[in-house]
Write a protein of this length. Structure first.
Lengths: 334, 288
């Protein structure tokens, strides 16, 4: 069980209000991702839930019980830190067993759970090593192992993959998702990387300066971003935001069109511009188009085989059914 | 410093310092070695020739030898225990965010800058004097009989004085070590259900082990040779005669240079045994 409710939670450091009043409910078993730019208060929010920071006002309930003043150890939550925070002088086995030892479980039960976690996480061969003798990915798994043996009500992850190289990150992303499917335990995952958010989340919470900008499933956020901030943050490459005359044609202050919803052509289309940098990914090619008269740059995704040279003048056709419209305040017009 | 050329340049430039230091060490060492094999009594005939291992035998068979070794170990051990334990406590306290942190830290470090002779005199006259000392006044205030510190509790008094001098050093090293502890480790332990005492025992103390070994190593080497504190307080009386002080007495009081030099050589050997022993511990600690 792990249903977490935040009611009007605020947090100030000195005079700086990092989290303005915030309401949020995280359902049991849900994989929730907090995503937002650096410094927007994601870690702070997670630490408030963990109990590592005291909330300034408001309340937190876990499974319906008020947990506002419950110390972190008794909230039944496990946290995986960005730095892994392994205990360097203990072997992997002792690291994973540490929470169980603190809970005074008997040795047989401890061994059983540690061995179980080690086999789930492919750590069996490394149990007698020190964290310093492990690779980044293995350390990450030890940190996760230390979290799962406690059988917590919810897992909290604070940018757990940001110290790994790109290939490992993709692998660990899958492993964590897999783990969530198997354990079906509530997970709250903090990241600044929208790709991680999109690929892993059941529900994404987009934050900006401590405010919740939008909550929804990855596809909801992709299809119907509530404002220009979410529109620009979710999706890669970023949505093109166009103001002025072209937007006015759609009765909007700003219109948004994703790079994948624009067709390119050498000779026909309503918009035209000059090709700048092309990024060839093999499967896709991203063209950065200048001098369109719409915005500084328009990014377009085309098939990997499409090829234009730097300086070519080309034509663009946006898909009319997926144009997003926003008003002067940046809010979506339905 | 990777290339051959830069390495030999480095050697060349370090040479003067190394040679100077070596000379500084080798000249007195050789002279001590030389005198330890001579029968040399300045007031009773001067250099009376070759003595073989006589001085060495006489130094260790003297009835003062083993008590001096014992006293030395008590002082070194006592000071180490006190400075390390209080040092850890103080470092933990100073690590807390408190008002006026900078000033408090400087105050804590201050005793280290007081010369041993001065600090021993201050303790002797201001604190431990049985008539006018602060301790005497304190005892009298509570209606107790003042302790004649440097007579009745001479060894503990000296341990106290020396500990007071070395506590800042231990605190400083341990404080920097505590500050280098990743706070996320403590938070992880907190979430893992470790209350503060257990966090200290399982996380902070192991993290400090290396710094503690370094403190012990460095202090031992300096504590083996404390002298001023004994000289200005008890002059070696009341079971406070350490090995260093015994050597001093052999040379000045007994006017026996040969015997004193032999004692000096023993002290060198002892210090080196301690140093090698401790180096190994530190080495092991640094590898892990
Ligand atoms: N202990 C603290 N004291 C003061 N300010 C803090 C503290 N922790 C975080 N902040 C501030 O709160 C804001 C949000 O920080 P954080 O939650 O770490 O952001 P994120 O994890 O989203 O990058 C930042 O502006 C940061 O400077
Ligand atoms: Mg953060």
């Amino acid at each position: 069980m792990g249903r977490i409710q935040l009611n009007k939670v605020t947090k100030t450091f000195g005079d700086v209000e990092v989290i303005p009043p915030l309401d949020l409910t995280i359902e049991d078993g849900e994989f929730t991702v907090f995503v937002g730019p650096s410094g927007c208060g994601k870690s702070t929010l997670l630490r408030l839930i963990a109990g590592l920071e005291d909330i300034t006002s408001g309340s937190i309930a876990i499974d319906g019980n008020d947990a506002t003043d419950v110390p972190p150890a008794r909230r039944g939550l496990a946290m995986v830190f960005q730095s892994y925070a392994l205990y360097p002088h203990m072997s992997v086995r002792k690291n994973i067993a540490f929470p169980l030892r603190m809970a005074k479980l008997d040795q047989a039960e401890i061994d059983k759970r540690v061995n179980n976690a080690a086999s789930v996480l492919n750590l069996t061969d490394y149990l007698d090593r020190r964290p310093g003798q492990l690779s980044g990915g293995q350390r990450q798994r030890v940190a996760i192992g230390r979290a799962i043996v406690r059988e917590p009500a919810a897992f909290l992850f604070d940018e757990p993959l940001s110290n790994l190289d790109a290939a490992l990150r993709v692998g660990m992303r899958l492993e964590i998702s897999e783990l969530h499917k198997r354990l079906a335990t509530t997970m709250i995952y903090v990241t600044h990387d929208q790709v991680e958010a999109m690929t892993m989340a059941d529900r994404i919470v987009v934050l900006r300066a401590g405010h919740i900008e939008q909550v929804g499933s990855p596809l909801e956020l992709y299809r119907a971003p509530r404002n220009t901030f979410v529109a620009g943050f979710i999706g890669s490459p970023k949505m093109n935001l166009i103001e002025g005359e072209e937007a006015a044609k759609h009765d909007a202050h700003t219109i948004g069109i994703r790079p994948e919803h624009i067709a390119v052509s050498a000779d026909e289309g309503p918009w035209s511009g000059v090709v700048g940098v092309s990024e060839h990914l093999g499967s896709d090619t991203f063209f950065h188009i200048h001098q369109t008269g719409l915005a500084e740059t328009i990014t377009v995704r085309a098939d990997g085989e499409v090829s234009f040279s730097h300086g070519d003048r080309i034509h663009l056709t946006p898909r009319a059914d997926v144009i997003h419209r926003f008003d002067a305040g940046g809010l979506r017009i339905a | 410093m990777a290339t051959k050329a830069s390495r030999s340049a480095a050697r060349l430039m370090m040479a003067p310092a190394v040679i100077l230091l070596l000379g500084w060490m080798l000249v007195p060492l050789t002279m001590t070695l030389w005198f330890s094999f001579r029968k040399f009594l300045p007031m009773r005939g001067g250099d009376l020739g070759w003595a073989g291992f006589d001085n060495y035998a006489r130094f260790v068979t003297s009835s003062s030898f083993w008590p001096a070794v014992y006293t030395t170990l008590l002082i070194v051990g006592g000071v180490l225990v006190i400075t390390v334990m209080l040092g850890v406590l103080l470092a933990l306290l100073l690590d807390q965010p408190i008002w006026g942190q900078g000033v408090v830290r400087i105050l804590v470090i201050a005793p280290f800058f007081v010369m041993p002779t001065v600090s021993a005199l201050v303790w002797k006259n201001m604190f431990m004097d049985p008539v006018n000392g602060l301790f005497a006044h304190l005892f009298k205030f509570f209606g107790a009989e003042p302790v004649v510190w440097l007579t009745d509790a001479a060894l503990p008094s000296i341990i106290m004085i020396v500990s007071w001098q070395w506590l800042p050093f231990a605190t400083l090293i341990l404080l920097t070590a505590i500050q280098s502890l990743d706070s996320e480790q403590l938070e992880a332990a907190e979430m893992d259900g470790a209350p503060s005492l257990k966090r200290f025992w399982f996380i902070i103390l192991p993290h400090l082990s290396r710094a503690i070994t370094v403190v012990i190593l460095i202090q031992t080497i300096f504590l083996l040779s404390i002298f001023a504190e004994i000289f200005v307080t008890t002059q070696g009386a009341f079971d406070t005669r350490t090995l260093t002080y015994l050597i001093f007495q052999r040379i000045t009081d007994a006017q026996n240079i040969g015997l004193g030099s032999a004692g000096g050589i023993y002290a060198i050997i002892l210090a080196n045994i301690v140093a090698i022993f401790l180096m190994r511990i530190v080495g092991k600690n640094l590898d892990a």
